[in-house]
Design a protein around this ligand. Structure first.
Ligand code: NAI
Length: 353
């Protein structure tokens, strides 16, 4: 039976990277009925709606979405479509794996981190007002329910995927009540997962420690704002935002998305790199329990990075277009050499020291 998936290509390079991703996923052998909708700033200019009603209805039916980047609307509308979707569908867990791709020059070979960010609370509730002219108040909301829910997600993921250590990242030394509550919930949940080492780490020191030695961390659990910042910091370990996947997960619904923006400077030129959305597509295949296909796509993608450098896009040093890159990944899906097991850490290039 075919999987129903809602696809939001998004703005700018969104259509190009979504087309490439869709072609690869369709070639993976998994049957997908795509329900595709225009969302974002370009959709607003055409239809006067950032997200049409049919798009919401689709996601409520399929419960699984794949989303390209959307430009943040200017002059009204949502603060951000991403934030709106996360709130509407209670996509409380932002999940970002940080792992090197072979052949991408980095100061940090062999990184393997998981970032679990609370996606619905903290400063991002957007409750701000001007108290008196020149004084603005912005509220940070932390709840026991939200903090417990995200902590359970991080620990359960660690148990399921045999991760060894969870660090709760906080600033409870200063924000004693809000971050204090977050930590208290994390500690309580940790007690039910005795086989996983539980540690706590102050956000500023964590940033320094990450840059000094990211290998000391395994799973990082944090509230919204810290998670937003730290997940971009960690993306730099493996080549930047153009490469890393992301997922927004709730109990009812999941949306997988590229974390980079709509890149208006290169939109429409068929030169954007679809790797981030394709890797998000791999996470999506795992989510719909198509594990074998997910691995095939990941192997094919990594094979292109390892062995077909003439098929890489310009941002990662190659000469190829978006569609040529997608063609190469599709070809590698059925190449036995691409599907053979290999040790990624052995091939990662440490180009700069
Ligand atoms: P951006 O990520 O779109 O671009 C930053 C730089 O990275 C540009 O030089 C761009 O060409 C390059 N780049 C980004 N993705 C690439 C890819 N896949 N392949 C090759 N090069 C790539 O960030 P920027 O310029 O700050 O934002 C542009 C728009 O995107 C804004 O409207 C912003 O609000 C929106 N945005 C949307 C996001 C989302 O929907 N998840 C996330 C970040 C920004």
């Amino acid at each position: 039976m075919a999987h129903q998936i809602t696809l939001f290509p998004g703005d700018g390079i969104g259509k190009e990277v979504a087309t490439a991703t869709r072609r690869v996923l369709d070639a993976s052998g998994v049957k997908i009925d795509w329900e595709e909708f225009e969302v974002g700033a370009e959709a607003f200019l055409k239809n006067k709606e950032y997200v049409p009603r049919e798009a919401y209805e689709s996601i409520e039916r399929t419960r699984v979405g794949l989303k390209g980047p959307t430009a943040t609307p200017i002059g009204g509308g949502f603060a951000s479509i991403n934030v709106a979707l996360r709130k509407k569908y209670e996509l409380f867990a932002n999940f970002r794996p940080i792992k090197n791709l072979p052949g991408i020059p980095t100061r940090y070979p062999g990184v393997d981190l998981i970032i679990v960010r609370e996606n619905t609370e903290g400063e991002y509730v957007g409750i701000e007002h001007e108290v008196v002219p020149g004084v603005v108040e912005s509220l940070k909301i932390i709840t026991e329910k939200g903090s417990t829910r995200i902590s359970k997600f991080a620990f359960q993921y660690s148990r399921d995927f045999k991760r060894k250590k969870v660090h709760a990242v906080h600033k409870a030394n200063i924000m004693k009540m809000s971050d204090g509550l977050f930590l208290a919930c994390a500690r309580k949940v940790a007690r039910d997962f005795q086989e996983i080492e539980y540690k706590e780490s102050i956000i500023d020191a964590t940033c320094m420690q990450l840059v000094m030695n990211p290998y000391q961390y395994d799973v990082l659990l944090m509230e919204n704002l810290y998670g937003d910042i730290v997940s971009d910091l960690c993306a730099a370990f493996v080549g930047g935002l153009g490469l890393v996947p992301g997922a927004n997960l709730g109990h009812e619904c999941a949306i997988f998305e590229a974390v980079h923006g709509s890149a208006p400077d290169i939109a429409g030129k068929n030169i954007a790199n679809p790797t981030a959305l394709l890797q998000s597509g791999v996470l999506m295949l795992h989510h719909i329990k198509e594990h074998a296909a997910a691995e095939r796509v990941q192997n094919a993608l990594e094979f292109v990075y390892r062995r077909k450098k003439d098929k890489l896009t310009k941002d990662v040093g190659g000469p190829a277009s978006t569609s040529e890159f997608a063609d190469a990944v599709i070809e590698s899906l059925s190449d036995p050499a691409a599907q053979a097991p290999y040790d990624p850490s052995a091939e990662t290039v440490a180009a700069t020291k």
